[in-house]
Design a protein around this ligand. Sequence first.
Ligand code: UD1
Length: 382
Amino acid sequence: MSAVRPVMCVVGARPNFMKMAPLLRALAAHAPPLPALLLHTGQHYDADMNDRLFADLGLPRPDINLDVGSASHAVQTAEVMRRFEPALDAHRPACVVVVGDVNSTLACTLVAVKKGIPVAHVEAGLRSGDRTMPEEINRIVTDQLADRLYTTERSAAQHLQREGIAPERVCFAGNVMIDSLRLHRGQAPAAAATLVAHGIDAALVGQPQGYGVVTLHRPSNVDNAAALRALLGVLAEVAQRLPLVFAMHPRTRAKIEQFGLSGLIDPARIATLPPQGYLEMLGLMAGARLVLTDSGGLQEETTALGVPCLTLRSNTERPITVEQGTNTLVGADRELILRSVDDILAGRGKTGRLPELWDGHAAERIAADLWHWLATRAHGPG
Ligand code: UD1
């Protein structure tokens, strides 16, 4: 390929960053290199949600920032589309690479395909079966539209086939998020250091029973006062068994304040922290007895770390973490949550095994495939 046009790599929100960082590295390391442009939609913009992760992951400054910020789903998606179009016109990339399932993923895919620019979707084919999740809608539409689909687990290809997507468009590449985890695991600070950095006594995580880590941000868990109150009540009961470190998403913090639920969090048993950097979060998880979360990424990261994960959802788009990894779906079921915590503390937690191709080399496989795919396309670069 001569005079190669760049690949435009899109990120928007926190869970995109750890997926794109290894991809950018792999595109640059490919022989010959694939030139890349990094475009940030600005869906996440706070220092805690954005800048810290860019620094931790060694992500370059974005070449283009659309600065869309927060809004309703419709407005946020529309605003990304409106601002992405001129960026595409200006740069005419060979293809657009999107990752994950956030609103920016869908918005940029929709604009690119209508302009005849091919789209590659990394982390394709995951399905929770729950259409009330905004991410599920983003996944379904993005996969229908994308030209090249990279999957993280084998179940994904079955979903795509069921939705009429030709198997030739699909490539099982493994999990780029685990590339990041393996690269950075050694740099992650211990939980005690992270607590001390926030002025919290490290003794909280130094007790014989260890500590648990909590994250919570799904609208279904935090946007409804009764649901959030019930979950915080269960967390208080869990905290009687082992202390918890709660890394709180801005949305969750705002809802707890709005609903007047702060009193349910006892600071003597639950350390509340702002959203953590990538390395801090890795260190917190790696040293934990268990993780309680409704995040998608943490389900996979805990499986890779061999730490039991109790997922506060009734479904998962990442079933391999339940079948082979350390994940258990507990929903908001108080009895099940407490029983699962007791099992883990009694040494009966899942240890799991590493899923196929979660080996730290997924991004290299994607870069190699992308190169061949672009080279063989009739209207490819060059
Ligand atoms: C988004 C993704 C979700 C992902 C999550 C990780 C979609 C549909 N959802 O959800 O899949 O798991 O990111 O965090 O794309 N806010 C800030 N600062 C920021 C960003 C957001 O304070 O930098 C607050 C704002 O009040 C905003 C709210 O968080 O309204 C929600 O942000 P938004 O990007 O719409 O969705 P998330 O809940 O973060």
